[in-house]
Design a protein around this ligand. Structure first.
Ligand code: BEZ
Length: 210
């Protein structure tokens, strides 16, 4: 078999990369990509990645013709147009906007969680901005409370872009921010997550230990 012609710039710790890998697995496309590892941080961009994506963020996807897609939302949309099953991003109607909004909330949780990670893991402790960190954590807690109160039925209905994104956001909280103990205030969300975590796509893409 010839080598895949698509290159996914990736890091197994990134929840944004994980969304793409989960969708690839759910749609049977994981063999289409070669994974190219990189570890960009705000203070240390990856030189190779920057050549392909000036923004310097992962995931980025280099296509066979050399063009590059980013960010994760664009790449997810691309791959969702490349399989013959039921689309995981509804193509039209109210479902499209609702599912994309839930996915966008999950992206916002990931953004906040990654920023907190950078601030606490990379920045000297005497420079930590505690009020800003608190607000990021509050954003995460508010969003999880909203899912707990109003989105469980929708999430349980279909493992699509919304459910994939929420699962990857929760997985990242477990990975980098176990101190948040998000399950305490969100038992129904925790139950849903325990169930979907058994899916092979989530099992295969778990973040690395440590
Ligand atoms: C992390 O190590 O937490 C991380 C790595 C790459 C992208 C986002 C987060």
């Amino acid at each position: 078999m010839s080598a895949p012609s698509l290159t996914l710039f990736h890091n197994p710790a990134s929840p944004f990369v994980r969304k793409v890998r989960v969708l690839l697995s759910e749609t049977g496309q994981q063999d289409r990509v070669t994974l190219q590892g990189c570890l960009p941080t705000p203070v240390n961009p990856d030189a190779q990645l920057v050549q392909d994506n000036p923004v310097g963020k992962i995931p980025a996807l280099r296509l066979a013709d050399g063009s590059v897609l980013h960010d994760s939302r664009v790449i997810l949309d691309y791959f969702d147009h490349q399989h013959s099953g039921t689309p995981l991003i509804p193509r039209e109607g109210a479902a499209r906007w609702r599912r994309l909004t839930l996915a966008s909330m999950a992206d916002a949780v990931m953004d906040a969680a990654v920023l907190v990670r950078y601030e606490t893991a990379l920045r000297p402790v005497e420079k930590h901005w505690d009020q800003w960190l608190d607000e990021q954590r509050k954003k995460i807690r508010r969003t999880l409370a909203e899912w707990e109160a109003n989105a469980l039925g929708e999430l349980a209905g279909h493992f699509d872009i919304a459910a994939i994104s929420v699962a990857c956001a929760l997985g990242y909280l477990d990975f980098r921010h176990p101190d948040l103990q998000w399950r305490l205030d969100n038992p129904k969300l925790a139950q849903w997550y325990a169930e979907v975590s058994q899916r092979p796509s989530l099992q295969q893409t778990q973040p690395p230990a440590g």
